[in-house]
Design a binder for this molecule. Structure first.
Ligand code: FAD
Length: 625
């Protein structure tokens, strides 16, 4: 009975429980429905589903599966069953349980939740202290760490630069362990950042410091808030992050949802709560403050130079001294890369991907994915989730189908950061460059579906820019961003082409399909954007996507240029265990900008582990990392 694994003596885990859509209350219901009881009874070989008491089961995961090869779309559940409780409440299941007992799988490795315990225990402790004090104030924490590193006669001072997921989680862990944390962020807090983004959309005013990439919460705040990661959904670290997000206000269903996402409207209040918690721990958060330089003595960092980062505000540089500096600046802080290079910090160019963002009517994607069930989507309020897609294919240099004999596959093409019911947004940080990405709100109710359509690029592609050293990839990105800005004609207007015209290499002359992009689009020939081999790879990928999603190539599909910042083009080298830079001591490069993460969850996990590593190194924490 492969679907049943022993979690421990009293708890069994039942997985791959399928419930057809017509038998399920829908995507938002996370309880034990009659349909699910039927699926459970089938696995347990128990004849009367209604005799199984609902209270002994709890849903661990719920996903929607609408793959074409299925006869019927279905919800797929993982459920935990409390065997002792079941036998107490329903002794007649004993026969079935005892028959199953010898057949069930060995004890499945369940997350020990150790990391989460370490992280959240202190948070709970704080909550407890709050209620004992009868006030919401948690007074300054008396430093009570383990015997302090001999060099410290005070709390160790740590600067965390960047308030994206990596910086926030590093700050949280270190503050919880008693470090004196200062969080430096060039952008604004979410309230002001919202106004800056509003000014961009309504009046085309781009603040170079507070925008879709820079500001509280980092690049992921005005995003789709997808919380999926390749690290593994059940890993300790991912669970720790998820539970912490719930603690700060994310809906509990993210713990169960097979494809959890938040949406911008849920992320903003969550970040506000996160900020208040950090401040209650004594974290000094400085928004509108930019790291300009590092103060290094004898290959060891001793402080940073900062200045006010508000547009039109020119302050003198301030020197701030710290014992440790965590660099979590994301992949759009190109000025930081240049500064690091100036200090001979070890940087390496890294593969990434470039391409275009393709947008379709959401209804079309619903019907491609769900056929007749598409009517159940109902703008995100229906029984089944708004349809998404994820396609990964390979193309070789000649753009012919790879064969086993010729072997080498040298470019993958894939959909990336797909935003169902979302909109295309401007992620430029400099008005002379133009790049885009996608965001959505929690209900994913817009009438468009957008996704990046990208191909991998490596040193082979940008090697010609070797005069830029390790920043050759960054220059490669910039070249296309500048070209896109010029093709759009300025004012953040985005160059577009229908998918069919892109395949035919001709300018779209008929009226264009509508676009969710709010700053205007201009018909252009996107073949003029990339070198021919990248353009051909993109054309080839569209054909492959269409095979998997028939109807993907259509008159209503619009390509937007340019998608360049899929991940960092640089890696800042660090020690695998200590997270410390290999060239400058006491500097800790983390997150996406340092080349160690590729999304909200992986950046948060990297930040959390770095927080533990630094806390350990400072003798604030004794456990394993
Ligand atoms: P960032 O989030 O980039 O944070 C870096 C922070 O450092 C920024 O706030 C920046 O202002 C600050 N900073 C930079 N330089 C300095 C300086 N010199 N001084 C002070 N502060 C500085 N990922 C997903 O997993 N799911 C999604 O749905 C998703 N959607 C996205 C949508 C959009 C529009 C964008 C742009 C990205 C999206 N991503 C998504 C990617 C995700 O946002 C990033 O992978 C993630 O935010 C990286 O986290 P980070 O902490 O490493 O860096």
């Amino acid at each position: 009975v492969e679907e049943v694994k022993r979690k421990d003596e009293g708890l069994w885990r039942l997985s791959k429980l399928s419930v057809p859509v017509h038998n399920d209350p829908g995507k938002d219901f996370l309880g034990i429905s009659e349909g699910l009881l039927e699926a459970i009874a089938k696995v347990l070989e128990f004849p009367v589903p209604t005799m199984l008491p609902q209270e002994v089961f709890s849903v661990v995961r719920k996903s929607f599966d609408a793959r074409k090869q299925l006869k019927e779309p279905k919800f797929v559940y993982t459920v935990d069953m409390d065997v002792q409780k079941l036998l107490k409440l329903q002794p007649r299941t004993w026969d079935f349980i005892s028959q199953l007992e010898p057949k069930i799988g060995a004890i499945e490795h369940m997350p020990s939740e150790k990391v989460f315990d370490d992280l959240i225990h202190v948070i709970r402790d704080c909550k407890h202290r709050r209620s004992v004090n009868g006030s919401n104030e948690v007074g300054p924490k008396v430093y009570s760490g383990k015997p302090v590193n001999a060099t410290f006669f005070r709390k160790p001072k740590v600067a965390v630069v960047g308030s994206g997921p990596a910086g926030l989680f590093a700050s949280l862990v270190l503050a919880e362990f008693g470090a004196d944390v200062t969080l430096i962020e060039r952008g604004e807090a979410v309230e002001q950042r919202g106004r800056d983004i509003g000014a961009l959309i309504a009046r085309r005013l781009l603040s170079s410091e507070s925008n879709f990439c820079f500001g509280e919460g980092g690049a992921g705040t005005w995003s789709d808030g997808k919380l999926v990661t390749r690290i593994g959904r059940n890993s300790d670290s991912v669970q720790a992050i998820m539970k912490t997000l719930v603690h700060f206000g994310a809906p509990e269903k993210i713990l169960v949802d097979g494809k959890p996402h938040l949406g911008t409207d849920k992320l903003i209040p969550l970040l506000r709560n996160f900020r208040q918690h950090l401040q209650s721990l004594g974290v000094n958060i400085q928004f509108g403050t930019r790291l300009d330089d590092l103060i290094i003595q004898d290959s060891q960092i001793v402080g940073i130079k900062c200045s006010d980062a508000r547009d039109g505000c020119h302050s003198d540089t301030r020197n701030l001294m710290f014992d440790r500096v965590i660099l979590a600046v994301g992949h759009s802080a190109r000025d930081v890369y240049r500064m690091l290079l100036h200090h001979n910090v070890n940087l390496m160019p890294k593969d990434f991907s470039v391409g275009l963002r393709v947008e379709h009517p959401q209804e079309l994607i619903n019907s491609i994915q769900y056929s007749s069930l598409a009517s159940e989507v109902r703008d995100g309020r229906g029984k089944v989730p708004v349809a998404d897609y994820k396609v990964v294919k390979y193309v070789n240099e000649e753009n012919v189908e790879p064969t086993n004999t010729s072997g080498e596959l040298n470019r993958s093409c894939y959909s990336f950061c797909m935003c169902p019911g979302g909109q295309v947004v401007l992620t430029s940080t400099d008005p002379s460059e133009l790049c885009i990405n996608g965001m959505s709100f929690s209900r994913r109710a817009s009438k468009w579906a957008n996704s990046a359509l990208v191909v991998t690029v490596s040193l082979q592609d940008f090697g010609a820019l070797e005069c830029h050293g390790p920043l050759a990839g960054v220059e490669f990105q910039r070249e296309f961003e500048r070209r896109a800005a010029i093709m759009g004609g300025g004012n953040f207007v985005v160059p577009v082409q229908t998918v069919t015209d892109f395949l035919d290499n001709k300018l779209s002359s008929k009226s264009l399909p509508t676009s969710s992009y709010r700053l205007g689009v201009k018909a252009s020939n996107l073949h003029e954007l990339f070198p021919p081999h990248i353009t051909q790879a993109l054309q080839h990928s569209l054909l492959k996507f269409n095979k998997e999603l028939p109807g993907f190539i259509c008159e209503d599909a619009l390509l937007h240029g340019v998608e360049t910042r899929t991940s960092s083009a640089v890696q800042i080298l660090r020690d695998g265990d200590t997270y410390e830079s290999t060239s400058v001591r006491r500097l800790y490069p983390i997150g996406e900008g340092a080349g160690y993460a590729g999304g909200i969850m992986s950046a948060a996990v990297d930040g959390m582990y770095c927080g533990f590593a630094v806390a350990k190194e400072l003798n604030l924490y004794e456990g394993d990392v």
